[in-house]
Ligand binder design. Structure first.
Ligand SMILES: [Zn+2]
Length: 168
């Protein structure tokens, strides 16, 4: 095989690998990977900032700065995003909210929230239902594509703002 052709094939496979993160950005729609390992519930939520704030550029006036600061503050408590059954007795052990906007970086037109959280649960077997209260506070959010993994079992669901919960 000519080496140029090999190079082209390599390049095109790299491009296709890089594509999903761009195509995932769809206004109003987010994704959530949720997994339970033993007594640790872990999640990774990605959401367009547009769905949470109504804008994806750096704040241009005081009201937008305030809205962004308020979002960051609210996200320190993962219960702002996800509601767990009280019987599971879960305690938040880690939370991380990242976005180029939070760092004051200019986005290239679009911006996402990357949110990671971890809970330790005394009764993980009680984790059978999850609520998503953030839909109420962020009316531009419409949908969450959820992937659940626990002890080798997988489940996928599309959560909509009209019925913001997921049951196992
Ligand atoms: Zn966008």
């Amino acid at each position: 095989m000519p080496s140029n052709l090999v190079k082209i094939l390599l390049l095109s496979s790299l491009t296709s690998l890089a594509l999903p993160s761009f195509s995932q950005h769809s206004h109003g729609k987010g994704t959530l990977q949720l997994s339970l390992n033993g007594d640790v519930l872990q999640g990774q939520w990605t959401m367009p900032m547009e769905a949470l704030l109504g804008f994806e550029h750096l704040p241009r006036h005081a009201a937008q700065t305030e809205a962004m600061n308020q979002l960051q503050k609210s996200l320190q408590n993962a219960n702002y995003f996800i509601e767990l059954p009280p019987e599971a007795k879960c305690q938040q052990i880690e939370v991380k909210a990242e976005s180029d906007m939070f760092q004051g970086l200019k986005s290239k037109g679009h911006s996402d929230l990357q949110y990671a959280f971890k809970f330790k649960c005394a009764h993980p077997q009680a984790l059978t239902k999850f609520g998503f209260p953030f839909f109420k506070s962020h009316v531009r959010s419409h949908q969450l594509k959820l992937e659940w993994v626990s002890q080798g079992t997988q489940k996928a669901a599309t959560i909509r703002s009209s019925k913001p919960s997921f049951s196992l």
